[in-house]
Design a protein around this ligand. Structure first.
Ligand SMILES: [Zn+2]
Length: 238
């Protein structure tokens, strides 16, 4: 049975000389892998260039085997600003790699689809660090690795003043508990509160937050370590 759906190209590679294979994150089927036979022979059915991160409409045939045949595609949005700004491109690349790596085939998750869509849309308009941190914190929640930021992860106490982050434990610790773990790092109360605000708030409310460069560096460092430890995912360039 042929179906129609929309999705983002999150990874793509050439197959033989004429065809293209891509990971696509769709709205109604989750991650799928599709083959576009004859893509490089300029078939009329493929009016989209299927650029990295582009949003397209697809006609395809769901099957039990891993790679599905895509028979037609039309471009909806190619987010062309990504090709003019290296930093935005890097953020979009990291987000795509994470979705491709962490999302199992055919597991529908509309939260992840709309998070990815909003991330790309806001990357062009707003503070890109806040866009990136929001994506990472929400993606961790949706994929089952939510860091605990509202209470001490050890004793559940309310967090006041300076707090401590344990990557291994997966969250913040109070002033009494941090010495019980080996991998604590001190975090300013502003960074602790900012992480929690970004985790709990939605686009575009997250942009009410103003972050100093020093806070951004601290948050980037914490999230980078967290992803490396829990997801075995490293992004060294950023
Ligand atoms: Zn505690």
């Amino acid at each position: 049975m042929i179906v129609k759906d929309i999705g983002f190209i999150i990874r793509r590679y050439n197959f033989r000389n004429t065809s293209l294979i891509a990971s696509i994150y769709t709205l109604n089927f989750g991650k799928i892998v599709g083959i576009f036979k004859g893509f490089y022979t300029k078939k009329r059915e493929f009016t989209s260039h299927l650029g990295f991160c582009s949003l397209n409409e697809f006609l395809f045939y769901p099957k039990k085997r891993e790679i599905w045949l895509i028979s037609q595609t039309d471009l909806i949005c190619d987010f062309s600003f990504l090709w003019k700004d290296l930093k935005k491109n890097e953020i979009a690349t990291i987000c795509s790699l994470l979705v491709d790596r962490m999302m199992p085939l055919w597991e529908v998750n509309k939260d992840v689809f709309f998070l990815f869509k909003q991330t790309l849309e806001y990357l062009d308009k707003k503070d890109i660090d806040i866009v990136f941190f929001t994506f990472l914190l929400k993606f961790l929640t949706f994929s089952g690795f939510k860091p605990q930021l509202n209470r001490c992860i050890n004793c559940e106490a309310t967090l006041i003043g300076d707090v401590f982050f344990s990557v291994g434990k997966g969250g913040l610790l109070c002033q009494k508990c941090y010495k019980k773990v080996d991998d604590w790092q001190k975090v300013s109360s502003q960074v602790g509160r900012s992480l929690l605000y970004l985790q709990d708030s939605h686009f575009p409310l997250v942009f009410n937050l103003q972050l100093a460069e020093s806070c951004k560096k601290e948050i980037n460092f914490i999230l980078k370590q967290f992803l490396s430890y829990h997801l075995d995912f490293n992004f060294l360039k950023f």
